[in-house]
Design a protein around this ligand. Structure first.
Ligand code: SF4
Length: 320
């Protein structure tokens, strides 16, 4: 899956696999092709596949400057596999090539006895504490979402705050907050399933276009508008920080991830991901905004009716 964010300087593609993103050999082929076409790319990775990082050797410096890695810090697993050194060596390697990175830790209860250790190890290796991602229970997108913890919400948030992480603050601030403002997902940002070619405005969207069926066909743009079907903006630290809802002021994507005191981002990446989509896209006039919202609501109603129809047919054995 990746999302493409349109800007005047090309798009921002954020690649995230269902398993390790760098496991397939073709991932780096795709990354290179995107970079060569003038885009910026993020790869979310567990940071352990050294041979993949070494394949970056010899890439043009200009391409590498447009490449960003989100290193997912699986501390206990790295200890178990004795790969902590490998992990940090790989981070330092991509940094030495001119790439930017963020070190991010999904806060979960197993880490609670190790938080001071995690801070120390991170500081020693990459000059700052990790950014913290809140871990949530994965449930349907339209029912209440909880933190994945045995702690109370207050206790969990207090633990995350020990890391002084803008990423965590922003995620917590937007957790379970229903968005009713006009959202340009579907026009300025998309979600694409790389396997099938299905392109959708956002996670909950019922409308889609298969861009593999006719690669010359123009991408149909229609903003979600005020019809977001999610309980809250599930990836607010990506979409909202990039400015997909221009009526809401937010820190930038770079503000949430870079540790400037440790120089995780290059100045070029900071400039690119410090911007907002509204700087390079044109907002719609009121009448078109209303039409987009009406269309979005109709799509949601159609999607719900179809899903209900499927359940009924399954219950009477007419559909598997
Ligand atoms: S508010 Fe967030 S979840 Fe909803 S459509 Fe926009 S980007 Fe997607």
């Amino acid at each position: 899956m990746f999302s493409a964010i349109s800007t005047v300087m090309g798009c921002y593609f954020s690649l995230c696999g269902a398993g390790e993103t760098l496991a397939p050999k073709y991932t780096l082929d795709m990354v290179r092709a995107l970079l060569e076409n003038g885009h910026h790319v993020n790869v979310t990775t567990n940071g352990t596949l050294t041979k993949r990082f070494r394949e970056l050797e010899g890439w043009d410096a200009e391409l590498l400057r447009s490449l960003h890695f989100a290193f997912s810090f699986h501390y206990l697993e790295l200890l178990r596999l004795k790969k902590l050194d490998v992990f940090f060596d790989n981070i330092r390697y991509v940094k030495s090539l001119g790439c930017s990175f963020v070190l991010q830790l999904n806060l979960c209860d197993e880490y609670l006895p190790y938080l001071d250790e995690i801070k120390r190890v991170s500081m020693e290796n990459v000059g700052a504490w990790p950014q913290i991602a809140a871990t949530r229970k994965e449930v349907a997108l339209d029912s209440k979402v909880l933190f994945e913890t045995a702690l109370s919400d207050e206790e969990y948030i207090a633990k995350g705050r020990e890391f002084d992480s803008p990423l965590f603050e922003f995620t917590v601030k937007n957790f379970n907050v229903k968005r009713r403002e006009f959202c340009y997902a579907g026009a300025w940002a998309f979600q694409l399933n790389l396997l099938t070619g299905e392109l959708r405005p956002c996670y909950h969207s019922h409308r889609s276009q298969n861009i593999y069926e006719d690669v010359d066909a123009p991408i149909r743009k229609m903003s979600v508008g005020c019809s977001c079907g999610s309980l809250f903006c599930m990836n607010s630290s990506h979409f909202m920080s990039l400015g997909v809802i221009p009526d809401i002021e937010t820190p930038s994507y770079a503000d949430l991830r870079d540790r400037p005191e440790a120089g995780w981002y290059t100045s070029e990446m900071r400039a690119f991901l410090g911007g907002k989509l509204g700087e390079s896209n044109v907002e719609l006039p009121a009448c078109e905004r209303m039409a987009a919202t009406a269309q979005g609501r109709a799509d949601n109603a159609y999607g719900k009716a179809r899903s209900l129809g499927g359940k009924v047919l399954r219950s009477v054995g007419l559909k598997k």
